[in-house]
Design a protein around this ligand. Structure first.
Ligand code: PXP
Length: 251
């Protein structure tokens, strides 16, 4: 059996962070998205935060209409963001926590403890044809909650895996591996992201049920020195090389 292809979503938030440092129009996240498309990315990801600290409403409008890549809009499950997303109808939306009360201790959404707000956002976005994912810790209870509220996809938080070393990191990888298998059993499309670098991407890319990785900060940081085009191409190559080593692929 061959592992499903692995998509790369390039998160352009920190292109906007750099632009906003001077309040002007450069560097332009839309230009970054065009470049990511040319370098082998399959999606562009952007997080419209409540405080608009990087991506703006105008960026979302332009990423939606001027870029050939499908837009994955990261957003909190608030009425404001829901209405903006319903207006733009992005290809995908990833619901993320913005406030302390919305997140688990490790950082993903508290899907299992949802008071109805997440489920409401999933339904409202699904209704306009947007594929919703929930950004969660790799824990069965959050996967089951995502399934119960009708989300078609989840994004597993790789932050702890990326921030740890040795045995602790091996433990985090095992949690991701188990969660990805459970997601597939539940019929959930499985994505992953946060903190990924050339060094941390290979083990995650080898998990056969994960079909999309969303990567931002490292690509922008490395792109400052090597160029964004070269950096996205290299990340794509690292992902593809690791994916070629999946056990399912060899079977
Ligand atoms: N996925 C989600 C849901 C995120 O919130 C972020 C951070 O914006 C990322 C992926 C990308 O993380 P990083 O910028 O660390 O690569």
């Amino acid at each position: 059996m061959t592992a499903a292809p692995l998509r790369l979503g390039v998160n352009v938030d920190h292109i906007a962070t750099l632009r906003n440092a001077r309040g002007g129009i450069v560097p332009d996240p839309v230009r970054a998205a065009h470049m990511a498309a040319g370098a082998g990315a399959e999606n562009v990801t952007a997080h419209l935060r409540e405080d608009r600290r990087h991506i703006t409403d105008d960026d979302i409008a332009r990423l939606r209409t001027e870029v050939s890549l499908p837009l994955n809009m990261e957003m909190a499950a608030t009425p404001e963001m829901r209405d903006i997303a319903r207006n733009h109808r992005p290809h995908a939306a990833c619901l993320v926590p913005e406030r302390r009360t919305e997140r688990t201790t490790e950082g993903g959404l508290d899907a299992a403890g949802d008071d109805g707000r997440l489920a409401e956002a999933v339904a409202a976005l699904t209704e306009v044809g947007t594929r919703v994912s929930l950004f969660i810790e790799p824990e069965p209870r959050h996967l089951e909650a995502a399934r119960a509220m009708g989300a078609p996809a989840v994004e597993l938080h790789t932050g702890r895996f990326c921030d740890t070393e040795g045995d602790e990191q091996a433990h985090e990888l095992a949690r991701l591996t188990t969660a990805a298998a459970r997601a597939a059993e539940l019929g959930l499309e499985c994505h992953a992201g946060h903190g990924l670098t050339y060094a941390t991407v290979p083990p995650v890319a080898r998990i056969p049920q994960i079909v999309e990785l969303n990567i931002g900060h490292f690509l922008v940081a490395e792109g400052v020195f090597m160029g964004l085009d070269e950096t996205v191409r290299h990340m794509r190559a690292v992902m593809d090389a690791a994916r070629g080593e999946t056990t399912e692929d060899k079977a």
